[in-house]
Write a protein of this length. Sequence first.
Length: 355
Amino acid sequence: MSDLQASAPGRVNLIGEHTDYNGGFVLPMPIPQRTTVGLRRRSDGVVSVTSRELVGAARAYVLGTEAHDGSWLDYIKGCTAALRGAGHRIAGCDLTIQTDVPLGSGLSSSAALEVAVLRALRAANELELDDVALALLGQRAENELVGVPSGAMDQLASSLGAPCEALFIDLRSLAIQRVPLPPRLDVMVIGSEIKHALATGSYRIRRAECDEAARLLGVAQLRELGPGELDRVAGLPAPLDRRARHVITENERVLATVDALHRGDHAALGRIFAASHASMRDDFEITVPEIDELVALAVAQPEVIAARMTGGGFGGSIVVLAQGGNGPATAARIAAAYAVRTGLRAPALLAGRSA
C-alpha cells in the first residue's frame, strides 16, 4: 500500500513544433491519459521503482549515485538528481508507476512520468515547489541525465494543463495564457505506430542546427527573428536556412492559431495546420511517409477541420481537429484507410471535446 499517490497527464501539441528550445511559442493541451505514481516512504536512501507498463523487473538505485544507463529508469533518476541539484532534501522511497499514456507516440509520456514523480516527491518530502518550478525541474531531468536537449513545453503542459483548453506558452518569458477550445470541436490524436525516440541523434541534430543558425545570424535564439528577417535567413547555408525558416514561420503560425481559436475560424485553422505540416516535412524534415499518409487521409474526410503531425517527429502521431461529435467515427475511417495503405494500425484517442 502506497503512502500517497500523484498523477500527471500526457499532452498533445496543437501547433508549435521545435519552437520551444528556440525560445518561441507553443500551444499544447493535456490529454485524458495519465501516469500515476504511488509512493511509500523508506528510511534509507534507496529509490526502488516498479512498473508493469515500462517493462522489466523492479529496479533500484541509491540517491546520490544517479547515472545515465539508457533505460526508462533514467527519467526517475533524472528527477531525483534535479531535486538534489536544486538544493532539495529528499528521502528514499518505493515507487509504483502505472500509465496509459501511449509510449513513443509524440504524446509526452516522458513528461507525464517526470511530473507525476516530482509531484509525489514534492508531497512526500513537503517541498516548496510551485507548478512552474516543478515543470522546469522535469525539463532539467530530461536535459541533463536523460540527455534530450528539449525545451520546457511538455513538462509545463503536463504540470499546468486543464481539460479542453490549450496553453499558449511563451518559452522565453514563461508567460502562459489559457485558450479554451471553440464550441463544437473534437481534438483527436491518431498514432502511426512508428515509434520515435527523442534521445537518439535526429532530434539532437535539429537542436544543434537551430543553435548554429542563430549563431550565424547573430542572435541568442531564433525567437528573436521575425518574418522580416526571412531574406537574411535565406542566405544561410543549407539546411540551416530551412531549419531557421521553419522556426520563424512556425512561431507566426502559433500566434495565428490562437487568434483563429478565439474566433472559431475553422477555415483558418485548416490553412494554418496544412502550412505547419508542410514546413515540418519540407523545411525541418521531421515527418516520415506514414505520418504524411495519415495527414493526407485525415484532410480528405469532410468532417475534418485541420490535421498535422504533432510532437518531436520521426514517427509518432497526428493531431486532428474535427467537427464536434464526429471525431471518433472519423478517426475510425482514417484508421481503416491507413491499414489498407500501410498494413499498420492507427490507434486513436479523443484528446478533448468542447460543448
